[in-house]
Design a protein around this ligand. Structure first.
Ligand code: SF4
Length: 371
């Protein structure tokens, strides 16, 4: 950024004053507790603020400090995460909590090296926690902040290209207000979230508009340049929703739990890493391939199964478009499988299941006319 000293001063003053007056009142902004800030930063990765708030509050009510989180059963941590997606975040949180107990006496570390050594914490998250909780002078750079900087400096090209990213990191470091690093990082993030949005930035409301080169050039929305989109992989699955007259169904456990079910290796982890319906990856014929898979753990009793097709379920996660052909299989009794659970179809709240599994359950609960 090519600012003179006096421009630096007014740039920082304008942005901080705007943030202190207009910032949203968010639960994690009412604390300096590094544990709480850490949890919020991890939840906010890839998830919108409005969606995070209720999860944040429930999670902290159950796991109020690092010790309780470290000692909790993993299944409970995942259950309270259930619905937020990207479950590796929850597993890493707990692994990091254990590391903090073992190596730092239960105190969140204050130096960057130790923070970066915790599972699930990269440079951005470390900078955010250290600046907000401890006032350490680290500039946080993510896609949101990079967009704001690219517009301020009218920077063209792919921002994620490593040299350009490094120069953005340097620019973020130069701009950082050393006396208020936590507020400063949050102010830049807030500007990106509320004013300098990806589409239709509201330059008329922007506290730093006079410093913005993209605005001077007349088309701020054209910064940063669009990245080439990676094509999403298409994945087709078939799932079995067993259904008893008493409304019960069968769910299989995540891998690693002792069970008598054959592993369906090619089923993506987004399904099988949590409790899930029996599911198989499909090449051609969903009904036939699912029936063949079920035969493996129903010991040949699959021939007589009546597979009733449900509404198709679609699910999109990073770079993957998943289509699930779900089938209801009515049975007088839910098959007994070692390690599996028989559970009411409308009672998934007790178990950690993925959003995709929830969608399949909803399809099975729809009245026939709605399909
Ligand atoms: Fe973003 Fe417009 Fe402000 Fe520039 S003037 S930083 S483009 S909101």
């Amino acid at each position: 950024m090519m600012f003179t000293r006096s421009e630096f001063t007014s740039f920082r003053k304008n942005l901080l004053a705007w943030f202190r007056q207009f910032q949203r009142d968010l639960p994690w902004r009412r604390t300096k507790d590094p544990y709480r800030i850490w949890i919020s930063e991890i939840m906010l990765q890839q998830t919108r603020v409005a969606a995070v708030i209720p999860y944040y509050e429930r999670f902290l009510a159950r796991f109020p400090d690092v010790r309780v989180l470290a000692l909790a059963p993993e299944e409970e941590v995942l259950r309270l995460w259930s619905g937020l997606g990207y479950y590796s975040r929850a597993r890493n949180l707990q692994a990091a909590a254990k590391q903090i107990m073992a190596q730092h006496g239960g105190e969140f570390p204050r130096d960057e090296e130790s923070v970066l050594a915790l599972p699930g914490i990269g440079r951005y998250t470390a900078a955010a926690i250290l600046s907000i909780a401890f006032g350490e002078k680290h500039a946080a750079l993510d896609g949101n902040v990079a967009r704001v900087l690219a517009r301020l400096g009218a920077i063209r090209g792919d921002l994620r290209e490593s040299k350009r990213w490094q120069s953005l990191q340097n620019a973020a470091g130069e701009l950082l207000d050393p006396k208020s690093s936590g507020d400063w990082n949050q102010a830049v993030m807030e500007l990106g979230a509320m004013v300098c949005t990806p589409r239709a930035p509201q330059c008329l409301l922007c506290p730093v508009a006079t410093f913005c080169r993209a605005r001077q050039f007349g088309d701020p929305e054209s910064y940063p340049e669009k990245r080439k989109k990676r094509e999403a992989a298409k994945i087709t699955l078939a799932s079995a929703v067993f259904s008893s007259p008493r409304g019960r169904t069968l769910l299989l456990p995540p891998p690693g739990e002792k069970n008598g079910t054959p592993a369906a290796d090619d089923v993506p982890a987004l399904v099988s890493r949590m409790w899930h319906f029996p599911t198989v990856a499909i090449r051609k014929n969903p009904g036939e391939e699912l029936r063949a898979y079920l035969g493996e753990f129903l010991h040949g009793r699959n021939g007589s199964l009546n597979l009733e097709p449900l509404a198709k379920v679609r699910h999109t996660v990073t770079f993957r478009n998943v289509t699930v052909f779900a089938f209801r299989i009515a049975m007088a009794d839910i098959p007994q499988i070692r390690g599996a659970k028989s559970i009411r179809l409308d009672d998934f709240a007790r178990l950690p299941v993925s959003n995709l599994t929830r969608k399949i359950a909803r399809a099975a609960l729809l009245p026939s006319s709605a399909k």
